[in-house]
Write a protein that binds this ligand. Structure first.
Ligand code: PLP
Length: 379
């Protein structure tokens, strides 16, 4: 028998409630039925993003919304500051480059969080910086960046906005957009939202909307002003991924029923259990100082090749975990626990990890990691 499990930081596993709804016959996106659905989804997203403002929805992967926050927020000649602590930080720089936006990188060692003081210094020395681009959770390294502290700094600059890629942050840990004064928050469907890939989200503060008003960079599909006008009529500018919207209504209901605070607590618990299990096995965390609760990046011990372990996970148990990218290739594996995961899922993945490591010749006593995970989970 073949059973498959996703423990990758996107796409993630899906709840049956969501899957069943998405299998229903498709509706038309210009019918009143869809508009009613859209209205519900708009409210659910405001709850999830903790904002009073509109959360725009695009039919694209998360990168589409990221690109939109460059082409809609900035203007020709603007300068940006980019936190580069992994693959997704690098992506901000690549998008800026594609739009001819000069950017100053703040390079952060992989596995470490950015020091907000570096952002403070950069803004002090160059007041022409119009936007600070960062991740809330850098998925390639498993790091959580100090978004609240960065926002406190950027707030002091009237002509600068903070733009947060919270693709593996939203619905995982607390990112209260309005309370912290975040200007733009971006997310995607295939992570904590428990949906397939295909929807991207962007929420903007009033300050960010002023930037949109003056933006003169080229844009067409990802046109925030146009999408806002349509959203206010419970419509999309173009044909949306209707089935994903149907799934979204369901996953938002699940999140609202559990409650945001409980959702964050559950993620914290699963992350802590994973981290304690890994440490009990004598393994090291790749991001020990500021780990994200979305995923755990585990350093491979001497003699264990990350790529091989990742392949064995799939071959032996049908489990997909993520490997390392670029400089972390072969050196880490990444175990996700964001979205539709509960306590015993983590016991299972740790048990699989133990069995595979043992098979690969790593010295361990079976049950050591599982015990540590269980002890954390029942606390
Ligand atoms: C932090 C982060 N940013 C951006 C992306 C890119 O999203 P997508 O692959 O949906 O375009 C991802 C996806 O893995 C991510 O984890």
């Amino acid at each position: 028998m073949e059973k498959k499990y996703l423990f990758s930081p996107g796409p993630t596993m899906l709840p049956p409630e969501v899957l069943l709804k998405m299998a229903e016959p498709i509706m038309h996106h210009r019918e009143p039925e869809f508009e009613r659905l859209f209205a519900e989804v708009r409210e659910g997203l405001k709850y999830l993003f903790q904002t009073k403002n509109e959360v725009l929805i695009f039919t694209s992967s998360g990168t589409g919304a990221m690109e939109g926050t460059v082409s809609n927020i900035l203007s020709k000649g603007d300068k940006a500051l980019v936190v580069r602590g992994g693959k997704f930080g690098e992506r901000w720089g690549e998008i800026c480059k594609a739009y001819g936006i000069e950017f100053i990188p703040i390079d952060v060692e992989w596995g470490k969080a950015v020091d907000p003081q570096k952002i403070q210094k950069a803004l002090e020395s160059d007041p022409s910086i119009r936007a600070v681009y960062t991740q809330a959770s850098e998925t390639s390294t498993g790091v959580k960046h100090p978004i609240n502290e960065i926002a406190e700094i950027v707030k002091k600059y009237e002509n600068t906005v903070i733009i947060v890629d919270a693709i593996t942050g939203i619905g995982v840990f607390n990112i209260p957009m309005d309370e912290w004064g975040l200007d733009v928050v971006v997310s995607g469907s295939q992570k904590a939202l428990m949906l397939p890939p295909g929807l991207a989200f962007a929420a903007l503060s009033d300050k960010a909307w002023k930037f949109v008003e003056r933006s003169d960079l080229p844009k067409f599909y990802f046109n925030f002003k146009k999408e806002l006008k349509n959203a206010q009529k419970n419509q999309n500018a173009f044909t949306p991924a209707i089935s994903l919207f149907v799934g979204l209504r369901e996953s938002l209901k699940l999140i609202q029923k559990e409650g945001l605070e409980a959702v964050f607590k559950r993620h914290e618990k699963l992350a802590e259990a994973t981290r304690s299990a890994v440490k009990a096995l004598g393994l090291e965390l790749y991001a020990p100082d500021s780990p994200s609760n979305a995923l755990t990046a585990v350093k491979m011990p001497e003699g264990i090749q990350g790529g091989k372990l990742k392949n064995l996970f799939f071959e032996k148990f049908g489990i997909t975990v993520a490997g390392g990218q670029d400089q972390a290739k072969g050196k880490i594996i990444r175990i996700a626990h964001l979205g539709y995961y509960e306590k015993l899922d983590m016991v299972m993945i740790i048990a699989a990890l133990e069995m595979l490591l043992k098979e690969m010749g790593y010295p361990l006593e079976l049950g050591t990691g599982v015990k540590a995970a269980e002890e954390t989970l029942i606390k």
